[in-house]
Design a protein around this ligand. Structure first.
Ligand code: GLN
Length: 447
C-alpha cells in the first residue's frame, strides 16, 4: 500500500510505470502475509518489485515500450516472473516504462513517452531500463528487474544513483523476455544496494530448459560471501576507459572510489583492453542484425498492432510495421537487414563477429592478470531530455564503456560513486564468467 500510494502521488511527474497492477499486488501481498504468519516463505516473500515491461506477465499487458505490443496481453509468464513472484513470493507492483524494444539510452524512444530522472526532472534517467531505475530511485519500488543488451541496466543505474547488475550471458533465463539481440540480451536487477541486488539476482538465476542458451550450472550463493574482506583482490583499470571523452569530474569520482578499494586492501594495476574502442561499431552491426531477425515476427497477422483498412497482404505488412514501430526501431531494422544482405554480409556482419572475438580475447587476457576490471560506467552525468534525440550516433556513444561486457558475455555492474553538481556518477565493475558473487562482494564492501 505504501508503494502503491507513492506511485499514485508521484508517477504523474516521472512516468516510470506503463501499467500498475494494484489489485494483483494487494492479493499477492495478502498471500505473502499468510505465508509469513505460518512461518513459511523466504527472505523475499512479500517484498514488492517492479518488472520492466519487456518480461511477459500472464494476463497483464506486456508492451515492450512499443505501440506494436500496446494491445498484447501475454498468455504466459517469463521464467524470471515465475521465479520471483510464484517461487520467491515477491509482490508485483506493475510494469515499467522503457525504450521501445529496449533500443535507446535515454528512455525517449518509448511509445508511452519519456521517463524523467527523479534527481532532476529535466534530465533523462538513461535507458533502456529508464522506468525501472526511475521507479526505484524515486522510492516507488524497492527494487526492479531490468535487461541489458549493451548497457541498459548499468547506464541508467549510474545516472540515478543505483546499483545494477547484468549477470553472465546464460545465467538468467531469457524465456519470456522479449528478444532484441538474442546473443547479447541478459536480464538483471536494479536496486538500492549490492546486497538487495544479490538477493533478487539469486532468486532469478538458474538453468532453464525453456531457454537453449541458459547454462546448466548450479547457482552460486550470492549473499553468503557479501561480508568477506576484499584484501588482496586484484583490480585492473583499463587505460582505454580513462582516455579522451571522459568528463574530468566523473574521472575524479571514479578515482576517489579506486582509493577506497585500495584502502580496503585491493591491489590496483593498469591493464589494457586494446579492442574495447571498437565495441560500439561492432555492437551497432551485431545488435541490429539480430534485431531485424527477431522483429520479423511482428507482421500484423499473429499478434500485436494491425493496420486497419488494408487491401493486400503486402500493404498489411508495410502499414502494420510502419505504424506499429517507432523511428529508432525502424532504423535498427534497416541497418540490420542491410548488414545481413547478400554482398554486404562479409564486409559488415562477418567482420563484426571477428572483432567481437578479439574483444572476448582482450577480457580473457585481462582476467589472467586481475580478478575484476574497474572503470567509469558513463562518460558523463545524466543529460537533458531532448539533448541527443536528433543525433543517433551521439546517443549510441552513451554505451561506450558498457557494450564490451555484452559482446564478451561477462558479468558487469554499476554502483554509485558520488555526485557532480547534484547528479549521480556510477562506476563499473566487470568480472570473469560466472563471477557474480565476487562482483557483488566487492561492491558491498565498497558500499
Ligand atoms: N543503448 C543501447 C541500444 O540502444 C543498449 C540498449 C540495451 O542494453 N537494451 O541498443
Amino acid at each position: 500500500q505504501h508503494y502503491l500510494r507513492r506511485i499514485e502521488t508521484f508517477d504523474g511527474q516521472i512516468n516510470s510505470f506503463i501499467t500498475v497492477t494494484a489489485g494483483q499486488a494487494l492479493a499477492q501481498a495478502a498471500a505473502a502475509d499468510e505465508k509469513l504468519a505460518r512461518a513459511e516463505g523466504g527472505p523475499l516473500t512479500g517484498i514488492p518489485l517492479a518488472q520492466k515491461d519487456i518480461f511477459c506477465t500472464q494476463g497483464v499487458k506486456t508492451s515492450c515500450g512499443s505501440r506494436m505490443l500496446d494491445n498484447f496481453i501475454a498468455p504466459y509468464d517469463a521464467t524470471i516472473v515465475r521465479k520471483l513472484h510464484h517461487e520467491a513470493g515477491m509482490v508485483m507492483l506493475g510494469k515499467c516504462n522503457m525504450d521501445e524494444f529496449a533500443m535507446g539510452s535515454s528512455n525517449e524512444t518509448s511509445w508511452y513517452g519519456p521517463v524523467k530522472n527523479p534527481w532532476d526532472l529535466t534530465r533523462v534517467p538513461g535507458g533502456s531500463s529508464g522506468g525501472s531505475v526511475a521507479a526505484v530511485a524515486a522510492g516507488l519500488a524497492p527494487v526492479a528487474t531490468a535487461s541489458d543488451t549493451g548497457g541498459s541496466i548499468r547506464q541508467p543505474a549510474a545516472l540515478t544513483n543505483l546499483t545494477g547488475i547484468k549477470p553472465t550471458y546464460g545465467r538468467v533465463s531469457r524465456y519470456g523476455m522479449i528478444a532484441f539481440a538474442s546473443s547479447l540480451d541478459q536480464a538483471g536487477v536494479v536496486a538500492r544496494s549490492a546486497e538487495d541486488a544479490a538477493y533478487v539476482l539469486q532468486a532469478m538465476s538458474g538453468f532453464d530448459p525453456l531457454d537453449s542458451t541458459s547454462v546448466d550450472r548450479p547457482v552460486d550463493d550470492l549473499v553468503a560471501g557479501l561480508n568477506r574482506p576484499i584484501r588482496g583482490l586484484r583490480i585492473g583499470l583499463p587505460k582505454e576507459y580513462f582516455a579522451a571523452g571522459l568528463a574530468p569530474e566523473v574521472r575524479a569520482r571514479v578515482m576517489a572510489a579506486v582509493g577506497v578499494f585500495e584502502q580496503l586492501g585491493a591491489v590496483i594495476s593498469e591493464i589494457s583492453l586494446p579492442n574495447a574502442p571498437l565495441s560500439v561499431p561492432t555492437y551497432y552491426v551485431v545488435a541490429p542484425a539480430e534485431a531485424s531477425s527477431n522483429l520479423a515476427r511482428y507482421d500484423g497477422v499473429r499478434y500485436g498492432y494491425r493496420a486497419q483498412g488494408v487491401k493486400t497482404l503486402e500493404e498489411l505488412y508495410k502499414r502494420s510495421r510502419g505504424e506499429g514501430f517507432g523511428p529508432e526501431v525502424q532504423r535498427r531494422i534497416m541497418i540490420g537487414t542491410y548488414v545481413l544482405s547478400h554482398g554486404y554480409y562479409d564486409a559488415y556482419y562477418l567482420k563484426a563477429q571477428k572483432v567481437r572475438k578479439l574483444i572476448c580475447e582482450d577480457f580473457r587476457r585481462a582476467f589472467e592478470q586481475v580478478d575484476l576490471v574497474l572503470g567509469p560506467t558513463t562518460t558523463d552525468v545524466a543529460f537533458k531530455l531532448g539533448a541527443k534525440t536528433d543525433d543517433p550516433v551521439a546517443m549510441y556513444l552513451n554505451d561506450i564503456y558498457t557494450i564490451a561486457a555484452n559482446l564478451a558475455g561477462i558479468p558487469a555492474m554499476s554502483l554509485p560513486c558520488g555526485f557532480v553538481d547534484g547528479l549521480p556518477v556510477g562506476l563499473q565493475l566487470m568480472g570473469n564468467y560466472f563471477d557474480e558473487a565476487r562482483l557483488l562482494n566487492a561492491a558491498h564492501q565498497y558500499q
